[in-house]
Design a protein around this ligand. Structure first.
Ligand code: FAD
Length: 385
């Protein structure tokens, strides 16, 4: 089937699935800060979270392009793919760098939904965006690693069986490049919690199931190591491009949802005896938001296409994330403004989605850090940090 038809079918199918999870579903979860278990189960059962897993391991063997369409449609329906998107980009590290034994042990179970790989542990409280300075260590003791340290903002850890964890295995003073000496471990949370790992939830402005992790000599088998010891930073970068493209697509979905809602409201709301959308002061910001969402979408597909061809796509993935996050945030503001007071009412869902899409100015990489990347790596300007 030509890819345009495949994409249209995929959009329609995901949209149909999302109809069973209307605004009220997400609104109630938001109020309770509860995890969308039923939605994640439905998405898993339909095979969508296994989109990137090759068929030989039980997935559908699709590309980042298709995976991004799935997540876009979730957000476009009014939902929030942030509840489960990590399963798509974390498993890429396992797929590309894991041993055959690890892939056979985990990927089919992840594809079937028997195991959830929803947690990705990079950020630390004292190092933030400066990833190479992370201080959580894993020390090799015979056939075990002993993990010590702390992570923050590790989302979905309470709803995941596995955690892809980035640690330092060689002290930074002993490496020539600061990107060396980091490693990736696939930690089984089911046995770790209560035996050296404590998870503490963090309540945030939106419903995101994020947590702090405390590692107090957590002892794990040495075969939890993914790939080679000390090369984890490289593995991380691989996965980050996929993450940026997928989150750009979620922002596109949000942006379209805001534009649709703003358009609908502006057409129906009558003030001064005419629809507010008849005023250029109301319609132009909506039109501009639409233009910017569509422009960002082109960069998202450009980045996805490069990624799926195995071509370098760091610049495009970063630019797609920045443009899409800016476009969705602009559209969110426009939607609130168009709705007047009702933009602030929970029952309209605008304020919920506004809070949700705000995250993408900061996570998984902040706008400033993308600009620093483009300045240094694309334009050749001096490194600023
Ligand atoms: C809800 C939520 C969920 C998250 N989920 C995860 C997760 O699952 N796993 C995970 O590992 N992490 C996660 N994160 C962490 C997220 O990736 C980080 O918050 C983000 O990378 C920014 O790091 P920081 O918060 O430490 O900010 P900092 O690095 O402290 O930066 C603070 C501000 O300073 C700016 N800044 C810093 N340095 C520079 C510089 N050199 N030049 C210009 N500006 C600079 C930044 O742009 C930012 O605006 C999550 C965060 C949130 C809020």
């Amino acid at each position: 089937m030509p890819s345009a038809d495949l994409h249209q079918d995929l959009r329609r199918e995901v949209r149909d699935l999302c109809k069973a999870f209307p605004d009220a579903y997400w609104r109630e979860l938001d109020a309770a800060r509860a995890y969308p278990d039923a939605f994640v189960r439905a998405l898993t059962d339909a095979g969508y979270l296994a989109a990137l897993i090759p068929e030989e391991y039980g997935g559908s063997g699709l590309g980042v392009t298709e995976a991004s369409i799935i997540l876009e449609e979730v957000n476009r329906s009014g939902g929030n793919a942030g509840a489960c998107h990590a399963q798509m980009y974390t498993m890429g590290t396992l797929l590309r760098h894991g041993s055959e034994a690890q892939k056979r042990a985990y990927l089919p179970q992840i594809a079937s939904g028997a195991l959830r790989l929803q947690a990705f542990g990079v950020t630390e409280p004292t190092t933030g965006s400066d990833t190479t300075q992370l201080k959580t260590t894993a020390t090799r003791k015979g056939d075990r690693y002993v993990i010590r340290g702390q992570k923050v903002w590790i989302s979905r850890a309470e709803h995941s069986d596995l955690l892809l964890l980035v640690v330092r295995t060689t002290p930074i003073e002993q490496v020539t490049k600061r990107t060396d000496g980091l490693s990736v471990l696939l930690v089984d949370l089911r046995t770790a919690v209560g035996h050296g790992l404590t998870i503490r939830p963090i309540r945030t402005m939106m419903n995101h199931a994020t947590t702090e992790l405390f590692f107090d000599d957590l002892d794990v088998p040495a075969d939890t190591l993914v790939g080679e010891e000390g090369r984890g930073f490289r593995y991380l970068i691989d996965g980050l491009n996929a993450e940026r493209i997928l989150i750009a697509a979620e922002c596109i979905g949000d942006g379209r949802w805001f534009v649709e809602r703003a358009t609908r409201y502006a057409s129906g709301r009558v003030v001064f005896n005419r629809p507010i959308g008849q005023n250029q002061g109301v319609q132009f910001p909506i039109a501009r938001a639409h233009v910017n969402v569509e422009a960002a979408d082109l960069m998202r597909f450009r980045a996805a296409e490069l990624f799926d061809r195995g071509a370098p796509c760091g610049a495009e993935a970063n630019m797609a994330k920045l443009l899409a996050a800016d476009a969705s945030w602009e559209a969110a503001n426009v939607a609130v403004q168009t709705h007047g007071g009702f933009g602030f009412a929970e029952e309209y869902d605008i304020e919920r989605k506004f809070r949700e899409t705000r995250l993408y100015q900061v996570a998984p990489i902040s706008t400033n850090l993308i600009l620093a990347y483009v300045a240094e790596h694309v334009l050749g300007l001096p490194r600023s940090y």
